[in-house]
Write a protein that binds this ligand. Structure first.
Ligand code: NAP
Length: 458
């Protein structure tokens, strides 16, 4: 997980210099207030760590390390997923919690930022053991969780099953109290929202489409007048038949690939997709609906052999997984893991547009190199907020016990993402900062203004 402290510091430095921002803060007081802001945003409010005591089915008792990091609650209750993965560690959870604070602020959600993690490989535990781990997580962090305190959601290694278990345990440990809003990402029957599963993938593709179609068409003349390489490069791709590659074909990647395949606004061809086993390539475009069906019927996997492909009449070449990042495409949608583009492969990336579906798929060093070379990076903070936006809608529905139809959910999702894009894009194409920094500036501006108005900035 790459550090984003430099982006926060750079964003605050540019705000510090802009004296029209918080003009009441002057001279030394201003310098001091901005220094304290850097410290406030670079460090979490609380890091909770527990060792969950779990009895395994074979009779052994183990202690499993678990975290809940509460980064900042200026905008509302802490909100963020719980990850079950062997590589979980305090620094990763803290970085992800901070990203949630900034993401929620950018998208005008009334939440702070939090994140949780349990150091296990969930595939190595039985269903009964996983259920116990979920219950223990809620018991150990009992006092700090709740619909108005800290609201977890699924992340890598967890899903609606785990959220259902955790909400049920929260209900047990808080008798008589409201509980439906204590966890989001639950199953529909347990109070989850329609559309939550597809929300991030749909939001990722919507963000890309809105920039490369709606915004470019509406603002073409204005963009031609801008003197920067991002505007120039984006205009070069306008109306071009775009070749798209998608890394990762799970919940996020498969939905984003299908949206790209079905999109009537842009002429896309999804020429490559990958999962942890393989890359599939077809220069004339892959049959994404057939691949989605295959993955659904094969435990999430893409076809791995020539026999699989011919049996399911899918035309594609099987290639080495990581070569997907280096092929000649217009758009690379990153939908797998962190740190996929780094110093060793950054110079081989050819795509002029990269969309970050996963969190932090590009290291800070590679991010700088690619942005300086004119690559348009549509950052995680902007593109992958669909999940937390629909989590917000689930939280509201849980409080109202009234449910929206799936189409209403997508309408509300796209409306909210469009509002953010309409605020950010004119600033981005009009000035020299990369899109990520523009998003961070907007996000910290909101947080700082609220802190100042609450008398907490000094
Ligand atoms: P997922 O359902 O677990 O899918 C991950 C996909 O990435 C799988 O197809 C996996 O393949 C593939 N993969 C793993 N390592 C790979 C590699 N080295 N090269 C190519 N593919 C690889 O997860 P997801 O929900 O789609 O989320 C993807 C990423 O987005 C995660 O990092 C997650 O934290 C982030 N994210 C997700 C959401 C959300 O709402 N889903 C929201 C925000 C951020 P195998 O199946 O073969 O392992």
């Amino acid at each position: 997980m790459s550090e984003r402290n430099t982006v926060i510091e750079n964003s605050l430095t540019s705000l510090l210099k802009d004296e029209s921002f918080l003009p009441d803060l002057k001279a030394q007081t201003r310098e001091q207030a901005f220094k304290s802001l850097v410290a406030l945003l670079s460090t979490p409010n609380h890091v909770h760590k527990s060792y969950l005591r779990v009895a395994l089915e074979n009779g052994t008792i183990v202690r499993i390390p678990a975290f809940r990091v509460q980064h900042n609650d200026t905008l509302g209750p802490y909100k963020g997923g719980i990850r079950f993965h062997e590589s979980v560690n305090e620094s990763e959870v803290s970085n992800l919690a901070r990203l949630m604070t900034l993401k929620n602020s950018l998208h005008e959600l009334p939440f702070g930022g939090g994140k949780g993690g349990v150091i296990i490989n969930p595939k190595k535990y039985s269903v009964k053991e996983l259920n116990l781990i979920c219950k223990k997580y809620v018991q150990y962090f009992n006092d700090i969780l709740g619909p108005d305190k800290d609201i977890p959601a699924p992340d890598a290694g967890t899903g609606e099953r785990e959220m259902d278990w955790m909400m049920a345990e929260y209900k047990n440990t808080h008798p008589g109290e409201p509980y439906r809003g204590s966890f989001t990402g639950k199953s529909i029957i347990n109070g989850g929202s329609l559309g939550r599963k597809s929300a991030t993938g749909k939001g990722v593709y919507f963000t890309f489409r809105y920039i490369m179609h709606d915004f470019l068409n509406e603002q073409e003349k204005w963009l031609q007048e801008q003197d920067n390489s991002f505007a120039e490069n984006a205009l070069k791709l306008k109306d071009k038949k775009m070749k798209v590659a998608v890394q990762g074909f799970g919940n996020l990647g498969s939905v984003a690939a299908l949206e790209a395949f079905q999109c009537n606004y842009l002429q896309n061809e999804v020429v490559a997709v990958s999962d942890s086993n393989v890359m599939l390539y077809n220069s004339d475009g892959l049959d994404i609906p057939a691949l989605v069906k295959f993955a659904r019927d094969h435990d999430g996997d893409l076809p791995k052999t020539k026999e699989d492909l011919s049996e399911h009449k899918i035309k594609a070449d099987l290639k080495e997984r990581d070569s997907l990042l280096e092929i000649n495409v217009d758009v690379l949608i990153m939908a797998a893991l962190e740190n996929q583009i780094h110093k060793d492969n950054m110079k081989k990336i050819k795509a002029p547009i990269i969309v970050e579906g996963a969190n932090a798929p590009i290291t800070e060093e590679a991010d700088k190199y690619l942005s300086d070379s004119g690559t348009l990076i549509i950052p995680d903070i902007l593109a992958n907020a669909g999940g937390v936006i629909v989590s917000y809608l689930e939280w509201i529905q849980g409080r109202e016990t009234q449910f929206y139809k799936e189409e209403q959910i997508y309408e509300l999702l796209f409306e909210r993402m469009q509002n953010t894009l309409d605020t950010i894009l004119p600033q981005f194409f009009g000035d020299p900062f990369p899109l990520r920094q523009n998003c961070y500036i907007h996000s910290v501006m909101k947080l700082s203004t609220i802190l100042f108005k609450q008398g907490k900035l000094y």
